[in-house]
Design a protein around this ligand. Structure first.
Ligand code: SF4
Ligand code: SF4
Length: 364
């Protein structure tokens, strides 16, 4: 195997707790209870180790990371070690004081999610009354404090008609970047897929809106656009390839190649502190299972894109074919491709069911 380069970024899931209950949340169905969360010192140790092994960015995420009162300490430690810090938040627990404290400790960027462009749909989708109004307020405060802001607009069939308004809203906030991300179907998103998956026509309309806005707003705001895989011709390079660029640490300290990897059966994830993080990254069974290209079946094995998309997403292969070691079935070279398209067309054209909101009902 080629030399294993150190990861570029760490996704630090500080807590699975969150006031919102989004039906597409990418957290696992079995959430970590608060009592299982790592201590402040555990996280500070992780940050030191990550910086020591060459991690350049830490994304503080969750659940809702601001639910942790010690977030300032973690941001401060990362800043002291020269690591770029990004906060991925729903914003509903933030106020000006807290934001100013975080900025003072060195926070460099905020990614703020919106569930809709208006209060009714925003609060309904997020499952949290009053959430949208809080988000509007904090988006403005982030701008006033001068922190760079990305708006995350998570799109699906029940808010697609609000896309134009979401773009206007992001411009109005002075956001530097807008990530228009169609729901990805893992975790709660997979459970609620029938309520979320857009039709091909809806997707094409959304793509046209984003392309026009990208042109119109050149120099004003940068767009990231993530399409729902099921309609793509080729899979995305999930996490930039398994065990190549990212590592993810759960609230209770499991070290994983991606946030959905726990869905894969018979995969053992090591705990922070059990051995050096760099050893886990380089030598653990979980990080090596799908690293590189030697695990690949045909058609990936002989495909000229095998070091571009790395065979797509393992968790999606599992969810749709029952085997994480298969070619991602959204790839048009996959023998499963036609079945997935049929499934997407059928499900998205049918009436949608009620949301099953994210909850701690199955927490560990
Ligand atoms: S997707 Fe929604 S429920 Fe999940 S962590 Fe983000 S804001 Fe909370
Ligand atoms: S066959 Fe495999 S490597 Fe080739 S494009 Fe499809 S998923 Fe990617």
């Amino acid at each position: 195997m080629n030399k294993i380069e150190p990861p570029l970024a760490l996704l630090a899931e500080l807590s699975h707790r969150c006031p919102l209950r989004c039906p597409y949340c990418s957290n696992p169905l079995k959430l970590d209870a608060a009592s299982r969360e790592m201590s402040t010192q555990d996280w500070l140790d992780v940050i030191e180790e990550a910086a020591g092994m060459g991690v350049l960015q830490i994304h503080f995420s969750g659940g809702e990371p601001t639910i942790r009162k010690d977030l300032e300490e973690m941001v401060g430690r990362a800043e002291d070690l020269g690591v770029y810090t990004n906060l991925i938040t729903s914003g509903v627990l933030l106020d000006r004081d807290r934001l100013e404290r975080l900025a003072k400790r060195g926070l460099q960027h905020v990614q703020l999610s919106f569930q809709g462009a208006g209060m009714a749909n925003g609060d309904r989708i997020g499952g949290f009354k009053g959430g949208h109004a809080k988000k509007l307020k904090i988006a403005r405060t982030i701008g006033e404090i001068g922190l760079p802001l990305t708006i995350n607009a998570v799109m699906h069939r029940q808010n697609m008609s609000e896309l134009e308004s979401m773009i206007e809203m992001a411009v109005d906030f002075g956001a530097n970047r807008l990530e228009v991300a169609h729901v990805q179907y893992y975790g709660w998103g997979l459970r609620n897929r029938a309520a979320l998956l857009p039709t091909r026509i809806q997707l094409d309309e959304a793509t046209a809106i984003v392309e026009a806005a990208r042109e119109r707003l050149k120099g004003v705001m940068v767009f990231d656009y993530v399409v729902p895989d099921y309609y793509a011709r080729r899979p995305k390079s999930c996490m930039g390839g398994w065990g190549r660029q990212f590592l993810n640490i759960t609230p209770s300290g499991r070290v994983m190649p991606c946030h959905a990897a726990e869905t894969i059966p018979n995969m053992k994830f090591e705990q922070t502190g059990s051995r050096p993080l760099l050893d886990i990254w380089r030598h653990s069974e979980a990080f090596n299972r799908f690293r590189g290209t030697s695990w690949m079946p045909e058609p990936c094995r002989s495909c000229d894109r095998r070091e571009i998309d790395w065979g797509g997403c393992r968790c999606q292969a599992l969810a749709l074919t029952g085997d994480a070691g298969n070619t991602d079935p959204v790839c048009e070279k996959s023998p499963e491709r036609e079945r997935i398209l049929e499934l997407a067309h059928g499900e998205s054209a049918a009436d949608f069911p009620e949301f099953e909101y994210r909850s701690f009902g199955e927490s560990a």
